[in-house]
Design a binder for this molecule. Structure first.
Ligand SMILES: NC(=O)c1ccc[n+]([C@@H]2O[C@H](COP(=O)([O-])OP(=O)(O)OC[C@H]3O[C@@H](n4cnc5c(N)ncnc54)[C@H](O)[C@@H]3O)[C@@H](O)[C@H]2O)c1
Length: 364
């Protein structure tokens, strides 16, 4: 089986490590294209078996096989063109997050994937399928929380801007024309993959939203820096056969306020809080016992050889092979992206935004 990596940077190398773990399942070939010779050389040092190319077009020129996978791991402003190239070469495409820059690109890619009968996946699935997520889903499905009415999803970092505090060499993160946005487009794809996987909305309304760009004394001045570092939104999730759920969303990569996270689902009979990410594997379920709060804590650790960093490649590989998979592809990948876009649109216009799960019914 052949994997074609477009981009030999930080994430391209992470995906190559995940691909190597598939070697046990079958014979794997890795090819990689990057116009930056240093990035390519750095990649080749780690993965000497990989065939290297200075451009994606040349790499993808050979005839496609049914299960070929292209992985686009370049800055967001290139995602649409490179994914298009991959799909039109007759290959399935797994693209990094954010999937694209805007709605027009999202719809274009969806149409090209359908026309070529290929899968278009997004790498924002990293945190799906973890045993703790599945445990939270079980609690939701069991009905012990009663009627779900609110989700709190708050992650506030004080100094964690890509392009500044980490990966300072990748300045494109700070330039909206290259990155599509700030913290909304950097971590939002993971957040909305998690929230949408849990709630499975048929429609989402962004009722109110704001963004801000807190300043620091080390803000870069020699580069374009026009992305937000802090965002908040109230979203109304419309579910199939259930009451709507309000989602209180907040994310910061830069705030002078307190750093904390709080992820919790509240229902009329109980609540559950946990970390979908790195902080803890504990799940805290709270309910009433004779008028008092009762708390039950469980810990669910991921024992699989495929960790969260491997998930995008592992899930997409399974999808292409027709196996059970948590991959997010096609309409769902675009729906998740449009939730992010809608937060910006609401913040910029002040008008509520609607996203339907059936794209043909999109209310603009
Ligand atoms: N760095 C992370 O921790 C991380 C994590 C998850 C997702 N991502 C996502 O991965 C993508 C890339 O991020 P990164 O951190 O790897 O960036 P990076 O700057 O480390 O690497 C990007 C690479 O893409 C190459 N590139 C640019 N245009 C190209 C083209 N037309 N053809 C081939 N290669 C091209 C660049 O030369 C560079 O080597 C982004 O969408 C980002 O959001 C990054």
């Amino acid at each position: 089986m052949r994997f074609y990596l477009v981009g030999a940077g930080v994430i391209g190398r992470t995906h190559a490590a995940a691909i190597q773990k598939l070697q046990g399942e079958e014979e794997i070939e890795i090819k990689v294209a990057d116009p930056n010779p240093q990035a390519l050389a750095g990649f080749a040092e780690l993965y000497p078996e990989a065939a290297t190319y200075s451009d994606a077009q040349t790499m993808l020129a050979e005839a496609a096989k049914e299960d070929d996978i292209v992985i686009v791991g370049t800055p967001p402003f290139t995602h649409c063109e490179l994914s298009k190239l991959g799909l039109e070469s007759g290959r399935h495409v797994l693209c990094e997050k954010p999937l694209v820059m805007n709605r027009r690109e999202a719809e274009e890619l969806l149409e090209i994937a359908a026309r070529n009968n290929r899968q278009l996946g997004c790498c924002s699935v990293r945190f799906l399928g973890l045993p703790k997520m599945e445990e939270v889903k079980k609690l939701l499905d069991s009905g012990v929380l009663g009627d779900i009415y609110k989700v709190t999803f708050v992650y506030r970092g004080q100094r964690s801007r890509p392009g500044v505090e980490y990966q300072p060499e990748s300045k494109w993160f700070l330039d909206r024309s290259k990155s599509a946005g700030g913290i909304v487009m950097d971590w939002g794809p993971y957040d909305f993959s998690v929230i949408n996987d849990l709630l499975k909305p048929v429609a989402v309304e962004v009722a109110a939203a704001w963004t801000s760009k807190p300043q620091t004394q080390v803000d870069p001045v020699d580069t374009v820096y026009d992305v937000e570092g802090h965002v908040g939104a109230m979203l109304k999730y419309h579910l199939n056969n259930a009451n709507p759920v309000w989602v209180q969303y907040e994310r910061a990569s830069c705030t002078h306020g307190e750093a904390y996270y709080h992820v919790e689902i509240e229902g009329t009979l109980g609540a559950v809080r946990w970390s979908p990410y790195f902080e803890t594997d504990q799940i805290v379920y709270t309910c009433d016992a004779n008028g008092e709060i009762e708390e039950k804590v469980s810990e669910v650790v991921n024992q699989s050889e495929f960790g969260m960093m491997d998930h995008p490649v592992y899930f997409f590989y399974r999808k292409v092979k027709g196996l059970d998979s948590q991959a997010v592809v096609n309409d769902q990948a675009v729906f998740n992206f449009l939730c992010l876009q809608a937060i910006y649109d609401c913040a910029e216009t002040g008008d509520p935004q609607h996203i339907q799960s059936e794209l043909r019914n999109l209310i603009v």
